[in-house]
Design a protein around this ligand. Structure first.
Ligand code: SAH
Length: 234
Protein backbone atom coordinates (compact mmCIF):
# COMPACT_ATOMS: atom_id res chain seq x y z
CA UNK A 1 0.00 0.00 0.00
CA UNK A 2 1.28 3.46 -0.88
CA UNK A 3 2.38 5.69 1.98
CA UNK A 4 0.17 8.80 1.83
CA UNK A 5 0.88 12.26 3.26
CA UNK A 6 -1.93 14.81 3.46
CA UNK A 7 -0.77 18.30 4.37
CA UNK A 8 -3.41 20.78 5.51
CA UNK A 9 -2.14 24.26 4.77
CA UNK A 10 -3.04 27.81 3.79
CA UNK A 11 -0.23 27.64 1.22
CA UNK A 12 -0.74 24.45 -0.82
CA UNK A 13 1.43 25.94 -3.58
CA UNK A 14 4.50 25.38 -1.37
CA UNK A 15 4.18 21.61 -2.02
CA UNK A 16 5.88 19.43 -3.16
CA UNK A 17 8.57 22.17 -3.25
CA UNK A 18 11.88 20.64 -2.15
CA UNK A 19 10.17 17.27 -1.68
CA UNK A 20 9.93 17.10 -5.48
CA UNK A 21 13.72 16.84 -5.80
CA UNK A 22 16.37 14.19 -5.11
CA UNK A 23 15.50 11.07 -3.07
CA UNK A 24 12.01 12.13 -1.97
CA UNK A 25 11.15 13.47 -5.42
CA UNK A 26 12.26 10.33 -7.20
CA UNK A 27 10.28 8.20 -4.74
CA UNK A 28 7.26 10.44 -5.34
CA UNK A 29 7.59 10.02 -9.12
CA UNK A 30 7.98 6.25 -8.66
CA UNK A 31 4.77 6.13 -6.62
CA UNK A 32 6.47 4.92 -3.43
CA UNK A 33 4.56 7.64 -1.59
CA UNK A 34 1.82 10.12 -2.42
CA UNK A 35 1.54 13.76 -1.36
CA UNK A 36 -1.71 15.67 -1.18
CA UNK A 37 -1.72 19.38 -0.22
CA UNK A 38 -5.15 20.34 1.09
CA UNK A 39 -6.11 24.04 1.06
CA UNK A 40 -7.57 24.99 4.46
CA UNK A 41 -9.37 27.86 2.78
CA UNK A 42 -11.63 25.38 0.97
CA UNK A 43 -13.16 24.59 4.38
CA UNK A 44 -14.10 28.14 5.33
CA UNK A 45 -17.85 28.51 5.68
CA UNK A 46 -18.58 32.23 5.99
CA UNK A 47 -18.92 34.50 3.01
CA UNK A 48 -15.52 36.09 3.61
CA UNK A 49 -13.93 32.60 3.52
CA UNK A 50 -12.13 33.41 6.74
CA UNK A 51 -9.85 30.74 8.16
CA UNK A 52 -8.53 32.60 11.18
CA UNK A 53 -9.56 35.18 13.72
CA UNK A 54 -8.13 37.32 16.52
CA UNK A 55 -7.16 35.54 19.76
CA UNK A 56 -9.61 35.54 22.67
CA UNK A 57 -7.94 37.31 25.58
CA UNK A 58 -6.21 39.73 23.27
CA UNK A 59 -2.72 39.87 21.90
CA UNK A 60 -1.21 40.08 18.46
CA UNK A 61 -1.80 37.94 15.40
CA UNK A 62 -4.44 35.58 14.12
CA UNK A 63 -5.38 32.08 15.19
CA UNK A 64 -6.44 29.26 12.85
CA UNK A 65 -10.11 28.51 13.53
CA UNK A 66 -11.00 25.17 15.12
CA UNK A 67 -14.08 24.63 12.92
CA UNK A 68 -12.13 25.19 9.69
CA UNK A 69 -9.22 22.95 10.73
CA UNK A 70 -11.65 20.28 11.95
CA UNK A 71 -13.55 20.17 8.66
CA UNK A 72 -10.28 19.86 6.74
CA UNK A 73 -9.10 17.05 9.05
CA UNK A 74 -12.45 15.27 8.64
CA UNK A 75 -12.06 15.38 4.85
CA UNK A 76 -8.88 13.27 4.96
CA UNK A 77 -9.25 11.25 8.20
CA UNK A 78 -8.85 7.53 7.45
CA UNK A 79 -6.98 6.17 10.45
CA UNK A 80 -3.58 7.63 9.58
CA UNK A 81 -1.80 9.38 12.48
CA UNK A 82 -2.76 13.06 12.62
CA UNK A 83 -0.13 15.56 13.70
CA UNK A 84 0.05 19.30 14.19
CA UNK A 85 3.33 21.11 13.64
CA UNK A 86 3.94 23.50 16.52
CA UNK A 87 6.91 24.78 18.52
CA UNK A 88 5.01 23.60 21.64
CA UNK A 89 5.17 19.99 20.43
CA UNK A 90 7.46 17.13 21.35
CA UNK A 91 10.74 17.43 19.42
CA UNK A 92 10.86 15.28 16.28
CA UNK A 93 13.26 12.35 16.55
CA UNK A 94 14.67 9.78 14.14
CA UNK A 95 12.76 7.12 16.11
CA UNK A 96 9.42 8.90 15.58
CA UNK A 97 10.20 9.42 11.87
CA UNK A 98 10.93 5.69 11.55
CA UNK A 99 7.65 4.75 13.31
CA UNK A 100 5.68 7.05 11.01
CA UNK A 101 7.46 5.61 7.95
CA UNK A 102 6.42 2.12 9.07
CA UNK A 103 2.73 3.11 9.14
CA UNK A 104 0.20 3.97 6.42
CA UNK A 105 1.22 7.67 6.14
CA UNK A 106 0.42 10.90 7.96
CA UNK A 107 -1.98 13.83 8.11
CA UNK A 108 -0.16 17.05 8.95
CA UNK A 109 -1.82 20.28 10.07
CA UNK A 110 0.27 23.40 9.45
CA UNK A 111 -0.30 26.56 11.47
CA UNK A 112 0.43 30.12 10.34
CA UNK A 113 0.54 33.48 12.13
CA UNK A 114 -0.08 33.00 15.87
CA UNK A 115 -1.00 29.32 15.78
CA UNK A 116 -3.92 26.88 15.95
CA UNK A 117 -7.03 26.96 18.19
CA UNK A 118 -6.19 24.51 20.99
CA UNK A 119 -9.65 22.92 20.96
CA UNK A 120 -9.22 21.23 17.59
CA UNK A 121 -5.85 19.84 18.72
CA UNK A 122 -7.59 18.31 21.76
CA UNK A 123 -10.79 17.23 20.01
CA UNK A 124 -8.89 15.40 17.28
CA UNK A 125 -6.18 14.12 19.62
CA UNK A 126 -3.52 15.61 17.34
CA UNK A 127 0.06 14.72 18.17
CA UNK A 128 1.96 18.00 18.51
CA UNK A 129 5.42 17.88 16.93
CA UNK A 130 8.16 20.51 16.90
CA UNK A 131 11.21 20.46 14.65
CA UNK A 132 13.32 22.46 17.10
CA UNK A 133 13.53 25.27 19.60
CA UNK A 134 13.01 28.18 17.24
CA UNK A 135 9.94 29.78 15.68
CA UNK A 136 9.16 29.46 11.98
CA UNK A 137 6.55 31.60 10.26
CA UNK A 138 4.48 28.55 9.36
CA UNK A 139 4.19 24.80 9.74
CA UNK A 140 4.89 24.05 6.06
CA UNK A 141 8.68 23.88 6.30
CA UNK A 142 8.34 21.82 9.48
CA UNK A 143 5.98 19.44 7.64
CA UNK A 144 8.52 19.13 4.83
CA UNK A 145 11.26 18.32 7.32
CA UNK A 146 9.13 15.60 8.92
CA UNK A 147 8.13 14.18 5.52
CA UNK A 148 11.71 14.16 4.25
CA UNK A 149 12.89 12.33 7.37
CA UNK A 150 10.12 9.72 7.05
CA UNK A 151 10.07 9.24 3.27
CA UNK A 152 13.77 8.42 2.96
CA UNK A 153 13.12 5.49 5.31
CA UNK A 154 10.37 3.98 3.12
CA UNK A 155 11.29 0.67 1.47
CA UNK A 156 13.29 1.17 -1.72
CA UNK A 157 13.84 4.91 -1.30
CA UNK A 158 17.41 4.99 -0.04
CA UNK A 159 20.04 3.32 -2.20
CA UNK A 160 21.74 1.13 0.38
CA UNK A 161 19.66 -0.15 3.30
CA UNK A 162 22.97 0.02 5.15
CA UNK A 163 23.03 3.79 5.24
CA UNK A 164 19.86 3.91 7.32
CA UNK A 165 21.25 1.54 9.90
CA UNK A 166 24.58 3.27 10.43
CA UNK A 167 23.71 6.94 10.22
CA UNK A 168 23.37 9.51 12.97
CA UNK A 169 20.79 8.76 15.69
CA UNK A 170 20.06 5.23 14.39
CA UNK A 171 21.89 3.74 17.37
CA UNK A 172 21.63 6.82 19.55
CA UNK A 173 25.02 8.11 18.42
CA UNK A 174 26.13 10.75 15.95
CA UNK A 175 27.81 9.30 12.90
CA UNK A 176 31.56 8.78 12.38
CA UNK A 177 33.25 11.12 9.83
CA UNK A 178 33.35 10.29 6.11
CA UNK A 179 36.21 10.58 3.61
CA UNK A 180 36.52 10.01 -0.13
CA UNK A 181 39.13 10.45 -2.86
CA UNK A 182 41.68 11.93 -3.09
CA UNK A 183 43.38 10.10 -0.19
CA UNK A 184 45.70 13.09 0.22
CA UNK A 185 44.18 16.52 -0.12
CA UNK A 186 45.79 19.88 0.69
CA UNK A 187 48.31 18.22 2.99
CA UNK A 188 45.61 16.23 4.81
CA UNK A 189 45.66 12.44 4.60
CA UNK A 190 42.60 10.34 5.40
CA UNK A 191 42.94 8.22 8.57
CA UNK A 192 45.23 5.29 7.65
CA UNK A 193 42.93 2.64 9.10
CA UNK A 194 40.37 3.40 6.37
CA UNK A 195 42.91 2.34 3.72
CA UNK A 196 43.95 -0.81 5.63
CA UNK A 197 41.30 -3.13 4.23
CA UNK A 198 40.89 -4.48 7.79
CA UNK A 199 37.10 -4.41 8.22
CA UNK A 200 37.13 -5.19 11.94
CA UNK A 201 39.63 -2.42 12.59
CA UNK A 202 37.59 -0.01 10.47
CA UNK A 203 34.39 -0.88 12.35
CA UNK A 204 36.12 -0.39 15.71
CA UNK A 205 37.59 2.95 14.61
CA UNK A 206 34.21 4.15 13.38
CA UNK A 207 32.48 3.19 16.61
CA UNK A 208 35.16 4.97 18.65
CA UNK A 209 34.82 8.08 16.47
CA UNK A 210 31.03 7.98 16.80
CA UNK A 211 31.30 7.78 20.58
CA UNK A 212 33.88 10.57 20.73
CA UNK A 213 31.90 13.02 18.62
CA UNK A 214 28.69 12.20 20.51
CA UNK A 215 30.40 12.67 23.89
CA UNK A 216 31.83 16.00 22.77
CA UNK A 217 28.75 17.42 21.07
CA UNK A 218 25.71 15.59 22.41
CA UNK A 219 26.34 14.02 25.81
CA UNK A 220 22.53 13.89 26.21
CA UNK A 221 22.34 11.32 23.39
CA UNK A 222 25.14 9.25 24.85
CA UNK A 223 23.38 8.98 28.20
CA UNK A 224 20.24 7.63 26.50
CA UNK A 225 21.90 5.33 23.93
CA UNK A 226 21.59 1.54 24.32
CA UNK A 227 24.73 1.03 22.21
CA UNK A 228 26.70 3.71 23.95
CA UNK A 229 25.98 2.38 27.43
CA UNK A 230 27.58 -0.92 26.40
CA UNK A 231 31.15 -1.30 27.62
CA UNK A 232 33.31 -0.09 24.72
CA UNK A 233 35.59 -2.62 23.01
CA UNK A 234 39.18 -2.35 24.33
N1 SAH B 1 2.82 31.76 18.57
C1 SAH B 1 3.41 30.46 18.40
C2 SAH B 1 4.28 30.40 17.15
C3 SAH B 1 3.49 30.43 15.89
S1 SAH B 1 4.48 30.24 14.48
C4 SAH B 1 4.28 30.14 19.62
O1 SAH B 1 4.85 31.06 20.20
O2 SAH B 1 4.38 28.96 19.99
C5 SAH B 1 3.29 29.83 13.25
C6 SAH B 1 3.20 28.38 12.90
O3 SAH B 1 4.45 27.91 12.44
C7 SAH B 1 2.85 27.43 14.05
O4 SAH B 1 1.45 27.35 14.23
C8 SAH B 1 3.42 26.13 13.58
O5 SAH B 1 2.55 25.43 12.72
C9 SAH B 1 4.63 26.55 12.77
N2 SAH B 1 5.90 26.43 13.51
C10 SAH B 1 6.68 27.44 13.95
N3 SAH B 1 7.77 27.01 14.56
C11 SAH B 1 7.72 25.65 14.52
C12 SAH B 1 8.59 24.61 14.99
N4 SAH B 1 9.71 24.88 15.67
N5 SAH B 1 8.21 23.34 14.78
C13 SAH B 1 7.06 23.06 14.12
N6 SAH B 1 6.21 23.99 13.66
C14 SAH B 1 6.53 25.27 13.85
Amino acid sequence: MTWVASVLTLFPGMFPGPLGASLAGRALAEGRWRLEAVDLRDFATDRHRSVDDTPFGGGPGMVLRADVADAALASVADGRPMLALTPRGRPLTQARAAQLAAGPGVVLLCGRYEGIDQRVIEARGLEEISIGDYVLSGGELAAMVLLDAAVRLLPGVMGAAESAREESFAAGLLEYPHYTRPADWAGRAVPAVLLSGNHAAIAAWREAEARAVTAARRPDLLAASPVASRVPAP
